[in-house]
Design a protein around this ligand. Structure first.
Ligand SMILES: [Zn+2]
Length: 286
């Protein structure tokens, strides 16, 4: 599940390798992945990649001639750069961008699992920021959380922090993994109301965002290299660690199971000792 740090390291590694490279040809074997038809995908052929960057959890490939390729990896996509071209039998391939010049380098959008959710849009550069996927994004959570973070959260009323911090319209880049780590680091309850933060909690939350997301990225700088691994080594301390001792206080990490994800927290540090057994109970406690 790529979130801000995973997408950022992907953008950095690809930008280092591909800025200035020429696109030889393109193909979209994933019939559902390409969401636009004008300009056509082949408008990229023969053009130079100017750079690759991140916006929220999206990747943007800027291409000479005022074109941009906007990519969302969703939950199971990866954008990887290989030295060899994909086998046409590789069923994970959604988009192939073949790089001109020496060798057979290929930038490949792959997706694991059965769902086809990752998507790509080829846009004119001046249409990029108006695309609904970007136009609705809040400011990035990193490197500097927005100045008005507290006001942005307060505008969400009594919604719990765990849901508001993952709302890309409020703040961009945080998802199910890193929200658990950020709230645990800030020692805040996942069910703390967004409009109920003290000055101190606001400051702690901002610092936790910077430390947790920045720390993950520092880790990736050391261990993530091209072609970008299928499975990134997420340095998680709480998320996916239910049943294990809290690294800070030793209390057993608890989890609340939702339909398609698990929220983890330390009762001692975050919920005043209360254990939230399931979704119904957690709703009562918010
Ligand atoms: Zn703890």
């Amino acid at each position: 599940m790529p979130e801000l740090p995973e997408v950022e390291i992907t953008a950095r590694r690809l930008d280092e390798a591909l800025a200035g490279a020429e696109i030889e040809s393109t193909m979209a074997p994933g019939i559902n992945a390409l969401k636009t038809f004008d300009p056509p995908l082949h408008a990229l052929d023969g053009r130079t990649i100017e750079g690759i960057r991140r916006r929220g959890k999206h990747l943007v490939i800027d291409v000479a001639g005022d074109l941009s390729v906007l990519v969302h990896l969703m939950s199971a996509g990866r954008l990887q750069l290989y030295d060899k071209r994909a086998s046409l039998r590789d069923r994970t391939s959604r988009l192939l961008i073949r790089i001109a010049g020496d060798g057979d380098r290929e930038l490949r959008l792959r997706e694991f699992g059965t769902k086809q959710a990752a998507w790509v849009k080829v846009l004119r550069a001046d249409e990029l920021e108006d695309d609904p996927a970007l136009a609705t994004l809040g400011p990035d959570a990193w490197p500097e959380p927005p100045e008005d973070l507290r006001e942005r959260l307060a505008a969400q009323g009594a919604r719990p922090l765990h849901s508001v911090l993952r709302d890309q319209r409020v703040i961009a880049g945080i998802g199910r993994s890193w929200v658990d780590e950020i709230l645990w680091t800030a020692e805040l309850s996942p069910f703390e109301r967004a409009n109920d933060l003290t000055d101190e909690q606001d400051a702690t939350l901002r610092k936790a965002m910077q430390d947790v997301l920045g720390g993950a990225l520092e880790h990736y700088q050391q261990v993530v290299h091209l072609p970008i691994p299928d499975k990134l080594p997420l340095p998680l301390q709480v998320h996916r660690h239910q049943g294990e001792p809290c690294p800070r206080c030793g209390t057993t990490i608890e989890a609340v199971h939702y339909e398609d994800y698990v929220m983890c927290y330390c009762p001692q540090d975050q919920t005043g000792g209360r254990v939230l057994k399931d979704r119904r109970l957690s709703r009562l406690l918010k």
